[in-house]
Design a protein around this ligand. Structure first.
Ligand code: GDD
Ligand code: MG
Length: 347
């Protein structure tokens, strides 16, 4: 079975981190989220992927190539302009001729596919939407269903008082190829605002099933950080690189810790990281590969992407540093999100 991964959004709410990076390539626990997702789906038996991309699509192509290294086949459907969530599907039509899966690639979840596929087969609809339940549905696609699971209404980002339920679109669909007939070609089309409402109106059979387990959209800095803290707290079974050297402390290869360094769990430190004397790392810190942390640095509730440098005595809290960020000595970074462009990612 093929999975189409929608990775062409602009990631506006995560800027500047996404200025030179598609959001699904943002690292979660030091690996691009897209890599976690592809690995998880391969374990669920999906070995063919189509990545639909536009903004910074080169970053994805250079990283994954044809997917061989991950034991999967990856094809690309690049858009001449952002074609929207359904336009991107239509644009990949020549690569999709059987029942296929679609993922919003910016959602952090590790869904079980078998129950969803079973549900889809039993209900025989043209589309099955995986659902999840949230307290405030207003920033998502909200559904109203009947007892059989059929979706009667799909409302994208309703005002809080207009939301018919707290069941939302989890950003994972099983679609029959006939869906293509309902999507106009060569223009921007939103699956949420146009295609689902039309399929429902024409009674084509749109069903929804709640997919249990961890689910989070990583689209804002606060949510992006929270996904990390949840991974460190093991609220979901994300694979972590490195060894757990003490409860809640993971370190990679070639890590050098100076004297008197304190690692306060939970902490994840990547490969080839150097930490200067008396630095305090954690709680809640994720340090990417090849980072350099100076002496007496304090770093908590913060995420540093690969090759960042924090010079002596600086303090970081609630901050995110993009690839290769250099923080001068003796500074305080609170809620800072810094990105220095032109990084080239390599697997
Ligand atoms: N290829 C391509 N082209 N991908 C796109 C495009 C496009 O023009 N526009 C958006 N995407 C991708 C994004 O990269 C993301 O992975 C996914 O489609 C969803 O787009 P977002 O912009 O992140 O939408 P959202 O988060 O506001 O809402 C969507 O996700 C919610 C779940 O988090 C909707 O699908 C909601 O209904 C849903 O509840
Ligand atoms: Mg999103």
């Amino acid at each position: 079975m093929k999975a189409l991964l929608l990775a062409g959004g602009l990631g506006t709410r995560l800027r500047p981190l996404t200025e030179n990076l598609p959001k699904p390539m943002a690292p979660i626990a030091n690996r691009p989220w897209l890599e976690h997702l592809i690995t998880h789906l391969r374990e669920q038996g999906v070995d063919q992927f189509v990545i639909a991309a536009h903004h910074c699509s080169d970053v994805i192509r250079r990283y994954f190539g044809d997917g061989r290294r991950w034991g999967v086949k990856i094809e690309y459907a690049l858009e001449p302009f952002p074609m929207g969530t359904a336009g991107a599907i239509k644009n990949a039509e020549r690569l999709l001729d059987e029942r296929f899966l679609v993922f919003n690639a910016d959602i952090v979840h590790l869904p079980q596919l078998i129950p969803l596929l079973e549900f889809h087969r039993q209900h025989g609809g043209i589309a099955t939407i995986a659902l999840t339940e949230v307290d405030d549905p207003s920033s998502y696609g909200v559904v109203e269903q009947d007892d059989t699971g059929r979706i009667l209404r799909f409302i994208e980002k309703p005002r809080p008082e207009e939301a018919p339920s707290n069941r939302i679109n989890a950003g994972l669909y099983i679609l029959e190829p006939e869906v293509m007939r309902y999507i106009p070609a060569q223009r921007e089309v939103s699956i949420e605002r146009e295609t689902f409402p039309r399929l429902i109106q024409e009674n084509a059979g749109v069903y929804g099933m709640v997919s249990s387990g961890y689910w989070r959209d990583m689209g804002t800095p606060a949510r992006y950080r929270q996904v990390h803290w949840d991974a460190l707290d093991r609220r979901f079974p994300l694979s972590m690189q490195g060894r757990q050297v003490q409860p809640g402390v993971w370190t990679g290869e070639g890590v050098e810790l100076g004297s008197g360094v304190l690692l306060v769990p939970p902490v994840l430190i990547g490969n080839n990281v150097k930490v200067g004397d008396q630095a305090v790392i954690g709680p809640y810190a994720v340090i990417g590969d090849n980072c350099y942390i100076g002496a007496r640095v304090h770093c908590s509730n913060s995420i540093l992407w690969d090759r960042s440098v924090v010079r002596d005595g600086s303090r970081l809290s609630n901050s995110i540093f993009g690839y290769r960020t250099v923080a001068p000595a003796g500074e305080e970074f609170k809620n800072s999100i810094i990105n220095q462009p032109q990084e080239v990612m390599q697997a």
